[in-house]
Design a protein around this ligand. Structure first.
Ligand code: F6P
Length: 366
């Protein structure tokens, strides 16, 4: 059923960038114009664009031409602009303020009838709260981490694992030529999906993920055994959130004014140093970092993004607000935003994919 009250929608992208964002924007703009005759406003820099003037512009067909294959987001993004806890400095001191009333006024003054927000758990949590204030809103799940429980897969993940796999294939050259252990740290926050999938795809010897705390002694044992049996190079893929049994995740820094304050990173360096110093096997670390979030989206991500963009506009048209569009293979479906943000999707250590990796001799350091 169509909600005929909508004449104009706003679209924003929040949180970290991710391959496929532009494909969602393109699909949403085209569907809104072609199927419903709506106007579309593009909001710049996430929720920040709804709190200050001059950060919104009309999105027409021409604006979404040639963006299907472009990484990043033409709308810009931010993970610093939570309207409910807007942080800013006064005389060098960090102050937090609820700016949601300003956001509601802005929506009204721009005559935006409904909002589509494309983001990860942080952005979708804000969307859920805005829905609670009566904003007609739908969400589209985005993250290279693939850690949202209410969708089979998030767009961006496929591109990220392809990028990481390509890097790992290249790193093997140095590992083999120099008889080294190469430790490659990948992103993923508190979930090990990128490490697991890229590790399997690249034939890694050891995969370390947050869901399976590792034992350093076990890693030493495996490497020594490999050296003893003539395998002088090894590849370890370590998720940035992986930690030793009884230990903590390694925090690189805390960014106080960010909605997502904890930055993980550094476990790769610690591991490589330990391997070099404890068992005297030359080891180096490589941190893939934001390379995993960049570049052109894979064909899979372009298709998924397009389907989600179309699905989100349909939700708005049906008046199905407060929901997140999702993939329930083979269908595009939706779930209440509340469910979408309530739990993270983590790797199940007993899952078939982990067992398959173990069956071919991959160690998880346990
Ligand atoms: O959530 C996506 C992600 O790339 C994580 O894998 C990573 O921990 C984080 O964002 C990095 O955030 P930032 O771009 O703010 O450094």
């Amino acid at each position: 059923m169509e909600n005929t009250n909508i004449k104009k929608i706003g679209i924003l992208t929040g949180g970290g960038d991710c391959p496929g964002l532009n494909a969602v924007i393109r699909a949403a703009v085209k569907t809104a114009i072609l199927q419903y005759g709506w106007k579309v406003t593009g909001i710049q820099d996430g929720f920040e664009g709804l709190l200050v003037d001059g950060k919104a512009r009309p999105l027409l067909f021409d604006h979404v031409k040639d963006i299907l294959d472009k990484g990043g987001t033409i709308l810009g993004s931010s993970n610093r602009a939570n309207p409910f806890e807007y942080k800013f400095k006064v005389h060098g001191k960090l102050v937090t303020e609820d700016r949601s009333p300003i956001l509601l006024e802005k929506l009204q003054s721009m005559e935006i009838d409904a909002l589509m927000v494309i983001g990860g758990d942080g952005t979708l949590s804000i969307a859920h709260r805005l829905h609670g204030l009566g904003v007609p809103i739908v969400g589209v799940p985005k993250t290279i981490d693939n850690d949202l429980a209410s969708t089979d897969i998030t767009f961006g993940f496929d591109t990220a694992i392809n990028t990481a796999t390509d890097a790992l294939d290249k790193i093997r050259t140095t590992a083999e030529s120099h008889h080294r252990v190469m430790v490659v740290e990948v992103m993923g926050r508190y979930a090990g999906w990128i490490a697991l999938q890229a590790g399997i795809a690249s034939g890694a010897d050891i995969i370390l993920i947050p869901e399976m705390p590792f034992k350093l002694e076990k890693i030493y044992e495996i490497i020594k055994e490999r050296v003893r049996t003539g395998r002088h190079s090894s590849i370890i893929v370590v998720a940035e959130g992986a930690n030793p049994e009884g230990g903590e995740m390694v925090i690189k820094k805390i960014v106080e004014d960010s909605a997502d304050a904890i930055r993980l990173g550094g476990i790769g360096e610690i591991l490589a140093d330990k391997i070099s110093s404890e068992i005297h096997v030359e080891s180096r670390e490589t941190v893939l970092g934001h390379i995993q979030r960049g570049g052109t989206p894979s064909a899979f991500d372009r298709i998924l993004s397009t389907r989600l963009g179309v699905g989100a506009v349909k939700l708005l048209a049906e008046g199905n607000f407060g929901r997140m569009v999702c993939l329930r293979t083979p269908h595009i479906d939706s779930v209440p935003l509340e469910d979408a943000i309530s739990q993270l999707k983590k790797v199940d250590p007993d899952s078939e994919v982990v067992q398959a990796a173990k069956a071919i001799g991959v160690s998880f350091g346990i």
